[in-house]
Design a protein. Structure first.
Length: 380
């Protein structure tokens, strides 16, 4: 009896326990059903919002590029030109596009010569969409692919800060901004300086004309048609180059004119004198180990003055001639800047305006001497 009671008591306890578990299961199931019903009825936007927005988690490098884009874009403009070309059917109207850099509050813009060459009409569009058609082509550099525009009637633009291209280094990180393909305004790309002192022969798709350019910065930052005339920037957002060309049959090979090569002309433009190019009046080759071996020269850095094709290395009556330069002289420095590592003679001289006097450290017959040359305006 007692055993039976005990058994019965165990059975009843077990039954009670099962009842409790069943009841608890019903409660849990009800709660789970309520939770599932509640979550399933939540708005889709709430379901898909991550706890942490990965797009806001930036590295230091990303923050720098983002900052450059935000700060410099107001100083970068899109340029649209109307051009008349002659075809076998007569005159045809077309459009071309490029990029420019604002260099003064009152509307001066630096761009490539080939962007505005032959233009009947020029339109400048700011990054905020404001368009100006009252634009004058001030002039262009006869020896380099740069030109200056003037947006008339403005005095509150945001000029870019110009850096020092002489101190750039191979491997240095850079950012390019431009009107990519003439369609995508203020496109931002990044890369490094891949090389310095590069010579190229650049051709225009529109006119078929070619131009030899020297002492360029090479970069792997993506540069596309329409980017021409836009800035190549260092990590401080300073302009160190003007994007000018891209290798047609290769990827990741673009070229920019060192900004120092434009500063002399810019000085003249801002003074209201138009575009005047300073020059020395000599022919030279930039020395490298291979070039030095070719000319049997004992040094591998500098500019070796040498004639070519029956033309003298030093032009008679030129600033170089008046300064006392001779053929086979090696120019090692211009105003303390090393020829080669810090720029070619052309770009180093381009930093100064006609009338400026520069100091030249010259190696002649194994000894160094210092000569002074007063620059003149280039003329054909």
């Amino acid at each position: 009896m007692n055993d039976a009671k005990k058994i019965r008591s165990k059975s009843m306890a077990k039954a009670k326990m099962i009842g409790v578990l069943v009841a608890l299961g019903i409660v849990v199931a009800s709660a789970l059903y309520w939770y599932m019903t509640y979550t399933n009825s939540a708005p889709l936007a709430e379901r898909n919002v991550p706890q942490t927005d990965g797009n806001l988690q930036t590295t230091t490098n990303e923050e720098i590029i983002t900052s450059i884009a935000e700060n410099v874009s107001p100083s970068v403009v899109s340029i649209v030109t109307n051009v008349t070309t002659q075809t076998i059917f007569g005159a045809a109207q077309g459009e071309a596009a490029g990029t420019g850099i604002i260099v003064s509050k009152d509307g001066y813009v630096l761009t490539n010569k080939h962007v505005v060459s032959g233009a009947d009409k020029v339109e400048v569009i700011l990054s905020n969409g404001t368009s100006y058609t009252n634009v004058t082509v001030v002039g262009s550099d006869p020896l380099n692919d740069i030109a200056f525009l003037k947006i008339n009637g403005v005095n509150n633009l945001s000029p870019a800060e110009l850096g020092d291209s002489a101190t750039t280094r191979v491997g240095q990180e850079v950012v390019a901004i431009g009107n990519s393909l003439g369609q995508y305004q203020t496109t931002v790309t990044s890369g490094i300086i891949s090389g310095k002192g590069r010579p190229i022969t650049a051709g225009s798709e529109g006119t078929g004309e070619t131009e030899s350019l020297t002492d360029l910065l090479q970069t792997d930052a993506a540069i596309n048609p329409g980017n021409s005339g836009g800035p190549l920037l260092n990590r401080s957002g300073q302009v160190i180059g003007v994007n000018t060309a891209v290798a047609a049959n290769a990827q990741g090979i673009g070229f920019a004119i060192p900004i120092n090569a434009t500063k002399g002309a810019l000085k003249q433009v801002l003074a209201g004198k138009g575009v005047e190019r300073s020059y020395l009046g000599l022919r030279y080759v930039t020395l490298t180990p291979d070039v030095a071996k070719q000319y049997d020269v004992s040094v591998t850095q500098g500019a070796y003055i040498v004639g070519a094709e029956g033309r003298p290395g030093v032009l008679p009556g030129s600033p170089a001639d008046k300064a006392g330069l001779r053929e086979k002289d090696i120019i090692k420095k211009v105003n303390g800047m090393m020829v080669g590592p810090q720029g070619g003679v052309s770009s180093l001289i381009g930093e100064y305006a006609p009338g400026d006097t520069v100091s030249l450290l010259v190696l002649r017959d194994g000894r160094e001497l210092t000569l002074k040359a007063t620059l003149q305006a280039y003329s054909d």
